[in-house]
Ligand binder design. Structure first.
Ligand SMILES: [Zn+2]
Length: 223
């Protein structure tokens, strides 16, 4: 945690977003609520550009705030707890013995230097440990793009044109790959990454994200 956040945390201690009890800053919820989340949450399934995707949560409310903190406010300490939930959903949704390796949606090096980390990479590396499947960097973001959520639908596709490239096609060819991202909103970024990766002729690509704003799925009790 950055020093500024540490001071902030002293003045405004972290509270569980579900019951308001005080919690340690690396936690996304108190132990009681976290166990409830693990027990009651319903994984969501969607198709992202024709690729199957499993997500642990609907993107809204407290989950959205948690993702924003993870992404923009340096809360990488959430990664172990979130990954634990996502790892169990991946295990339930897919036959993990078939997956050759995990990979993730890349950031442009300038953006990553500014943020200090790529949360999708960190998620992927943590999931790799939990699932005992290697994590390999396969894609590179070669063009800086505008923030997708700030663009109109038809502008989003053009924004991503030429943004990603495959690092080493031989690594990808014939492999079963699980692509990781933090959140799928319109699905344009994730599906673009899958499509670019597909040019290197993998055997299959499936996806997993912490949260999803897509598709028809059962009401999630924890948003
Ligand atoms: Zn709680």
């Amino acid at each position: 945690m950055k020093p500024l956040y540490r001071i902030f945390a002293l003045i405004f201690p972290e509270r569980c977003p579900y019951c308001s009890d005080l919690i340690e800053p690396e936690k996304i919820a108190c132990d009681k609520c976290l166990n409830e989340i693990k027990r009651k949450h319903t994984p969501l399934f969607s198709g992202v550009g024709g690729y199957r995707c499993v997500s642990s949560f609907a993107y809204g409310g407290k989950v959205r705030r948690m993702i924003i903190r993870l992404k923009f406010h340096d809360r990488t300490q959430y990664i172990p707890q979130i990954s634990e939930i996502l790892a169990s959903d991946i295990t339930a949704a897919y036959r993990i013995s078939d997956i050759d390796f995990l990979t993730y949606v890349p950031m442009h090096k300038t953006d990553q230097a500014e943020r200090g980390y790529n949360q999708s990479q960190l998620l992927s590396e943590e999931l790799s440990k939990k699932l005992s499947i290697p994590c390999i960097e396969t894609l590179k973001k070669v063009k800086r793009t505008k923030k997708q959520h700030k663009l109109k639908y038809f502008e989003r596709k053009n924004n991503l044109a030429g943004a990603f490239s495959v690092i080493d096609k031989d690594t990808v060819k014939g492999k079963n790959i699980l692509m990781i991202d933090d959140v799928v909103t319109s699905g344009q970024t994730l599906s673009k990454c899958c499509k670019i990766l597909n040019t290197a002729k993998p055997r299959s690509i499936i996806c997993a994200t912490v949260a999803s704003a897509k598709g028809d799925y059962p009401e999630n009790s924890y948003i």
